[in-house]
Ligand binder design. Structure first.
Ligand code: IPE
Ligand code: IPE
Ligand code: MG
Length: 256
């Protein structure tokens, strides 16, 4: 089904719909999150099986941290800890390396300890890099990047007109990663919700009605197959979109 030679390098996913999945079944929201964690495991395993180099999952936003009831936030923290405890061995078996982006230093200390342990344990794996966005916001990432860049410029006495896109990229949490080629959002919402704002400039967007707890490896493959049917233009000219006039002087402009 997939063309191995044009796999995306980097897939980013906004994992949405855990609460609605539970609501549809008259269950408590935490059961939706628990089922969503199963999807994380299975989708990661599929990514590693097809040789996807980068998978970046939006697991917990800064806004989630600020705006959701404490009980839900606390549950998500416990779920993250237990996810790492039970899945690091699987990551080792699947050659998956785990990393994080976001203001993770604001998370509870025992969660940070577990995160560090998982990152260090899997650091030498060479297959898929699974990056979890935790306490992440796209705008705050830019604030952090600009702070870092401004400090560097002050140190090196650089003038503002020397700033390049590459300089900004170097100061983002994702400095070591390519930009996402494909951005998937589950549960049908047509919005970005403050995810990877700088990095998705030319990402292909794929929105599915399927709720995250129902999303499985096969659905990742479907999204990638859809991606492979698209023509990416990056601002250029597409195939079959009309011929270019080679001698612009000959063109009569309609009088306005
Ligand atoms: C996504 O599911 C998981 C997190 C944001 C932590 P939601 O919890 O947002 O589920 P809905 O949107 O309420 O269905
Ligand atoms: C986006 O989902 C954040 C994560 C998936 C972690 P939300 O459920 O928080 O997004 P909104 O509030 O519907 O935009
Ligand atoms: Mg949601």
């Amino acid at each position: 089904m997939l063309k191995q030679e044009c796999l995306p390098e980097h897939v980013a996913i906004i994992m949405d719909g855990n609460g609605r999945w539970a609501g549809k079944r008259s269950l408590k929201r935490f059961l939706g999150h628990q089922q969503g964690a199963k999807s994380v495991q299975l989708v990661t395993e599929t990514a590693s099986r097809i040789g996807l180099p980068w998978l970046t999952l939006y697991a917990f936003s800064l806004e989630n941290n600020l705006r959701r009831p404490r009980a839900e936030v606390n549950f998500l923290m416990r779920l993250l800890k237990s996810y790492l405890e039970t899945n690091v061995q699987r990551m080792m078996d699947n050659n998956v390396r785990i990393r994080y982006i976001g203001r993770t230093h604001e998370l509870p200390a025992e969660v940070q300890d577990k995160m560090r342990w998982a990152e260090e344990t899997t650091a030498r794996n060479t297959g898929t890099t699974l990056t979890l966005a935790l306490n992440y916001g796209g705008r705050s990432e830019m604030v952090d990047a600009f702070r870092g860049l401004a400090a560097e410029m002050q140190r090196k006495h650089l003038a503002p007109d020397r700033i390049t896109e590459e300089d900004i990229h170097r100061h983002l949490y994702t400095a070591h990663m390519p930009d996402p080629d494909l951005l998937i959002r589950t549960s049908g919402e047509m919005r970005i919700s403050n995810y990877l704002l700088w990095q998705i400039a030319y990402a292909e967007i794929y929105v599915t009605e399927r709720l995250w707890p129902d999303f499985r490896g096969i659905h990742l493959l479907e999204a990638i197959a859809d991606f492979q049917r698209r023509e990416r233009r990056f601002g250029g000219i597409g195939e079959g979109s009309g011929e270019v006039e080679e001698d612009p002087e000959r063109i009569k402009l309609a009088a306005g």
